[in-house]
Design a protein around this ligand. Structure first.
Ligand SMILES: N[C@@H](CCC[C@H](N)C(=O)O)C(=O)O
Length: 291
């Protein structure tokens, strides 16, 4: 099985080209590939498949709008709706492989079609769609509770503002949250304002643990920071289309991205790097997991 390795602000992925949807990619195989000691190691897998061959009727219905589908899997093998950094890396791969042209085009995801904009080299910009503010939530780390905003970017986020530098948080263990409020699980971000329209952030991702960056999380944080505490939580949830405006710099452990909110939608801009390519051995793939 051919693979490539890439990252976007050190959120790293194994890319599996599967244009015709021939791969039977199980959760166990994804978890083995993403294992950082016994596999290649990654925060997730990006399966590159033609939208018409996605194998999921809701995605195949997008084939008229987007030639390619990003089938994103978390490191534990679970399936997620969206991955912001993944869209940039996926787009850079398609262009480098000659499967798409520099310019503007749509990419299918489980959260819908996302607008990609990129040149032959350099940063990739993605129209991430309108963030949805869904109310309040709470996460706890080492017995300390933090209040946050529930933001949907197609996938669920809980963006918690903290007053201390994000570096001091102990994210060796998953933050706890109310499973009744987040039945599908949640990606938990902690952010602190460090300047005008500038925040630092760390994230504990559903299905992958702490990562060095999370694109959908950076947008969720920019929205939470823009809304601040001035508005009651439900006011934004109920006010259709009343989204904030402004450009935000979000510092994550893996670098910096720019998030632009224009009152209607959100844009994420940042780097995307293809690092390596190779072949997964058939005998390793076929062998049972040994520890
Ligand atoms: N790292 C991603 C988000 C990946 C999915 C997430 N872990 C989930 O389960 O929702 C990003 O860059 O957005």
């Amino acid at each position: 099985m051919r693979f490539l390795k890439g990252h976007g602000t050190e959120n790293d992925f194994v890319i599996l080209p599967d244009p015709d949807g021939a791969l039977d990619l199980t959760a166990e195989t994804v978890a083995r590939i993403c294992d950082r000691r016994a596999g290649i190691g990654a925060d997730g897998v990006l399966r590159v498949v033609r939208t018409k061959a996605a194998g999921e009727p809701a995605v195949e219905a997008l084939a008229g709008e987007a030639e390619w589908f990003m089938d994103y899997r978390n490191a534990d093998g679970s399936i997620a709706e969206m991955c912001g950094n993944g869209t940039r890396v996926f787009a850079r791969y398609l262009v480098e492989a000659g499967l798409a042209s520099p310019g503007e085009w749509g990419l299918a995801t489980r959260a819908g079609v996302r607008g990609i904009s990129l040149g032959a080299t350099g940063d990739v910009s993605v129209d991430m769609g309108p963030p949805r503010l869904l109310g309040a939530g709470e996460a706890s780390v080492a017995g300390q509770a933090y209040q946050g905003r529930h933001v949907s970017m197609g996938n669920p986020h809980l963006a918690c503002r903290i007053d201390e530098p994000v570096a001091v948080l102990d994210l060796c263990r998953a933050p706890s949250f109310d499973p009744a409020a987040f039945p599908e699980g949640v990606n938990v971000e902690f952010y602190r304002p460090v300047g005008d329209h500038h925040v630092e952030m760390r994230v504990y991702e559903r299905g992958s643990g702490e990562t060095r960056s999370c694109g959908t999380g950076t947008v969720a944080v920019a929205v939470a920071a823009a809304v601040g505490s001035a508005e009651p939580y439900d006011a934004y949830a109920m006010a259709g289309g009343k989204l904030p405006r402004g450009e935000w710099s979000v510092d994550i452990p893996g670098g910096r991205v720019t998030v632009t909110l224009d009152g209607r939608t959100s844009h994420l801009k940042g780097p995307a790097v293809i690092v390596a390519e190779g072949e997964l051995r058939a005998d390793w793939l076929a062998a049972p997991t040994t520890r």
